[in-house]
Design a protein around this ligand. Structure first.
Ligand code: S3P
Length: 171
């Protein structure tokens, strides 16, 4: 039985804490494809961490860089790409992902997102108030847009291995 190779880059979208990076890394291993993490690529291109970019240049500047970096990554050979939670909300970034990739939304409920994001405090958008309230607001804004992804997968239950398995089945 031959190895399944997706025709286009598999792009993981979803809120902070939905598991895009950890599932993406595991998925790439399972598919024997390279893994890229847009947030890390942005930090490398900018020579700054994401909190530093937000603090010194603001979110709009971050989104410009994010759009350029994702456009560049989508030109690369087929791979697995984890994006930051806001990437799919940018119309031009979303169009590029839709045109060149297979988008997968990891859908996770609020309680689980709160639990998962409480572990590390490196996300500027969650440092501006009560994380639960912020995440609830982002869910309301973003879930209708994330729903435009090609595939929706339940990212809330099970460990990374189980979530990866679910994505593989859905592909
Ligand atoms: C953001 C999510 C972050 C990062 C930035 C903004 C967002 O990525 O891109 O802090 O707007 O949701 P993760 O979803 O990987 O945490």
């Amino acid at each position: 039985q031959g190895r399944f190779v997706p025709a286009r880059t598999v792009v993981l979208v979803g809120l902070m804490g939905s598991g895009k990076s950890s599932v993406g890394r595991r998925l790439a291993q399972r598919l024997a494809l390279p893994f890229r993490d847009a947030d890390i690529e942005i930090e490398q291109a900018a020579g700054q961490t994401i909190p530093e970019i937000f603090a010194t240049h603001g979110e709009a500047h971050f989104r410009d860089g994010e759009r350029r970096v994702i456009a560049r990554l989508l030109e690369e050979p087929v791979h697995v790409l984890a994006t930051g939670g806001g990437a799919f909300m940018d119309a031009r970034t979303r169009d590029a992902i839709t045109a060149r990739g297979i988008s997968i939304w990891l859908r996770v409920d609020l309680d689980e997102l709160v639990r998962r994001t409480a572990r590390r405090n490196h996300r500027p958008l969650l440092n501006q108030g009560d994380p639960r309230q912020i995440l609830a607001g982002l869910m309301e804004q973003r879930y209708p847009v994330y729903a435009d992804a090609d595939i929706t997968v339940d990212g809330g239950a099970g460990d990374v291995e189980e979530m990866t398995e679910r994505v593989l089945k859905a592909l």
